[in-house]
Design a protein around this ligand. Structure first.
Ligand code: ZN
Length: 320
């Protein structure tokens, strides 16, 4: 009798500990993120709703994706961390760096420094009408990939998270096609090996980032200042969200939905609720496809990420 009661107490404690230490995606769970991670209640949080009609067109350079065409250093590891699938990319040793090996990095766009790749992961839905974290013109796509880059002036991720210019995350939307979407095959065909929470596997082959982005138009993108979309929600992210879609097949989506969370439930709908803008501005890069904004010029070093006027005044303010 006593031991049964003790077992019950221990079981209740274990459940409470997991509630306190872990975090989840149910609406009631998301509201509690800020209790342990105060930044989650901040005023520059992500994701946000992005709409072409409210974005401010701006002349800025294209994003330069350097080394994206080279095979990533191996072995690559995929992990089911209970919240997502994450791809971990090993760092080069100092000997390899002396020989000239470099991890892929990015610059251009809104960035004033080089940012080196740290890893990538995904957010997806139980159904095809949801899953992406950002929405684009009120659309929620079934899958969104985040490629995380660290400002090279910071030594590691932990240090970068302490600074507003610490990270740049490239966000890519996917739309479901019936067949022949093989871009993510190197990752997707191995997902069954990491079905359970807290499991990893080394991929048998490495691949290049450009191979999984093949055919994407990277000329047009939205950019704004925000945060990590998971605890600790650090407000350290310059977001670059591409408006073009990548393809994923229905079969490949099902591979993501076959994963299990830390509670042994299907790992689906791992996206955060939309966050308020609190006066932040969303910029969209001017390309030859939207030439009517050609006269709008604002040097990007002078732009103001957080506006002080009403949104409808913004465009007029920038017209020459
Ligand atoms: Zn993410």
């Amino acid at each position: 009798m006593r031991s049964a009661a003790l077992t019950t107490v221990i079981a209740i404690l274990a459940v409470n500990v997991s509630l306190v230490l872990g975090w989840g995606y149910r609406a009631s769970d998301q509201r509690r993120w800020a209790v342990l991670h105060p930044a989650c209640g901040g005023r520059q949080q992500s994701p946000i709703a992005i709409a072409a009609r409210q974005a401010i067109p701006i002349s800025i350079p294209a994003m330069e994706l350097i080394g994206y065409q080279n095979p990533l250093p191996g072995p690559l590891t995929i992990t089911n961390n209970g919240h997502s699938v994450a791809l971990t990319i090993p760092k080069y040793s100092s000997e390899e760096e002396k020989k000239g090996f470099r991890l892929p990095y990015i610059f251009g766009g809104p960035l004033d420094n080089e940012y080196e790749i740290e890893g990538l992961h995904f957010h997806w839905g139980d159904k095809n009408n949801r899953g992406s974290e950002h929405t684009l013109n009120d659309m929620r796509l079934p899958l969104e990939m985040h490629i995380i880059h660290r400002n090279k002036k910071y030594r590691n991720l932990a240090e970068a998270l302490q600074h507003p210019d610490g990270l740049c995350v490239l966000a890519f939307f996917y739309q479901v096609v019936e067949f022949d979407a093989k871009l993510l095959t190197p990752i997707v065909k191995n997902l069954s090996a990491i079905e359970n929470y807290n499991t990893s596997m080394q991929l048998p082959h490495t691949f290049s980032l450009s191979s999984i982005l093949s055919g994407l138009d990277t000329e047009r993108f939205y950019t704004y200042k925000g945060s990590l979309t998971t605890p600790p929600c650090a407000e350290a992210v310059t977001w670059v969200v591409f408006s073009d879609y990548l393809p994923i097949s229905v079969f490949q989506m099902d591979n993501f939905r076959g994963l299990l969370s830390n509670l042994n439930l299907p790992l689906v709908d791992n996206f955060r609720q939309l966050q308020p803008l609190f006066g932040r501005r969303i910029f969209v890069r001017i390309t030859s496809k939207n030439p009517k904004f050609k006269k709008t010029k604002l040097h990007y070093s002078k732009w103001d990420w957080v506006g002080h006027k009403k949104a409808e005044n913004d465009v007029a303010e920038f017209d020459e």
